[in-house]
Design a protein around this ligand. Structure first.
Ligand SMILES: Nc1ncnc2c1ncn2[C@@H]1O[C@H](COP(=O)(O)OP(=O)(O)OP(=O)(O)O)[C@@H](O)[C@H]1O
Ligand SMILES: O=P(O)(O)OC[C@H]1O[C@H](OP(=O)(O)OP(=O)(O)O)[C@H](O)[C@@H]1O
Ligand SMILES: [Mg+2]
Length: 285
């Protein structure tokens, strides 16, 4: 099983980091190489440009891929299936035009020119709108093209909006919203390894917003404490080896990171002591 991952650019580091946190440790170094092995002898990694990854998966150079949804859509590959939204590399593809210019709606581009690194998505967008501008493919610095009379508008990626603003461009309309996805070729979907990789990556995402809470509770306050612990199923309750005869139990629970602050206040009130909060590396449901 081979997974294609971005070799550089802004998706490279977070993707490697995710694989590592999922326990799929890369071996023999990830730098400047085409392939790397992982700790699992049946899983290797192919480093490729973010834009080429969907094609590599579709063609069989790799079996699974990790790249932006925008790239998957632009590559127009058949026979690949999305397995997981990895929820990073979040951005929008937008139609943008010079601020204070004449272009304020899609229809203003009827006889216009649009520059983009995403010609397929762009043509599809204008087809759906029933508008037929010239679409010019560029390979970078798309934001410059309206200022050198190459284009009237652009379709490009934005996240913070800084680049558009710096180039005095304003969003006319959203074309697509994107984040990084795990996907696989349809003919390997039944392979157990595919599900193993998906589960491993999903477990990291699952754990990200959760914390593990441990505390001690007097026997007679157990119910009060249990009542104020939110979260996944019931908490685990364990007897404590009890030398002093205090009659305490230990409670362990997984709670939403956002609930931790309030939960600590509540369990203290309900009689808990020695409250410990830890991060969770992975959570397989
Ligand atoms: N500003 C951004 N914020 C969030 N995600 C982004 C942003 N820019 C790009 N992305 C996501 O990252 C993907 C790859 O973009 P990146 O800029 O890393 O590669 P690239 O410039 O196409 O790569 P290369 O340097 O190989 O040409 C995009 O397809 C998109 O999904
Ligand atoms: O809304 P913003 O936060 O400003 O992000 C948008 C910019 O980010 C991407 O470029 P990137 O930084 O990846 O540089 P690149 O052109 O070298 O790919 C994209 O092509 C935009 O230019
Ligand atoms: Mg880029």
């Amino acid at each position: 099983m081979r997974i294609a991952v971005p070799n550089k650019g802004r998706l490279h580091e977070p993707t490697i980091d995710l694989l590592e946190r999922a326990g799929l440790h890369l071996e023999n170094g990830a730098d400047r190489k085409l392939y790397a092995d992982t700790i699992d002898p049946d899983v290797s990694v192919l480093f490729a440009r973010a834009a080429d990854i969907p094609e590599y998966v579709a063609d069989g150079a790799a079996d699974m891929g990790i790249t932006g949804y925008d790239q998957v859509r632009e590559a127009r590959v058949d026979d690949v299936a999305e397995l997981l939204d990895l929820e990073f590399g979040t951005c929008r593809l937008v139609l943008a035009a010079p601020e204070d210019g004449d272009i304020v709606g899609v229809e203003d581009l009827t006889d216009g020119t649009v520059a983009t690194e995403f010609p397929n998505i762009t043509r599809e967008f204008f087809d759906d709108a029933g508008v037929d501008p010239d679409v010019v493919e560029v390979s970078g610095a798309t934001e410059l093209t309206p200022h050198v009379e190459m284009a009237d508008a652009i379709v490009d990626i934005t996240s913070t909006g800084t680049t558009l603003k710096m180039n005095r461009l304003a969003v006319v309309e959203e074309v697509l919203s994107s984040s990084v996805r795990l996907f696989a070729r349809e003919d390997v979907l039944e392979e157990p390894k595919v599900e193993e990789v998906r589960t491993a990556l999903a477990s990291v995402k699952q754990a990200e917003g959760k914390r593990y809470l441990m505390m001690n509770v007097p026997d007679d306050r157990l119910e009060d404490v249990q009542d104020v612990i939110p979260g996944m199923g019931g908490p685990t309750v364990m007897d404590i080896a009890d030398e002093n005869g205090d009659g305490k139990v230990a409670i362990h629970a997984v709670v939403d990171e956002r609930d931790v602050f309030e939960t600590i206040t509540e369990v203290k009130k309900a009689g808990a002591s020695d409250v410990l909060v830890t991060e969770i590396e992975r959570l397989v449901e």
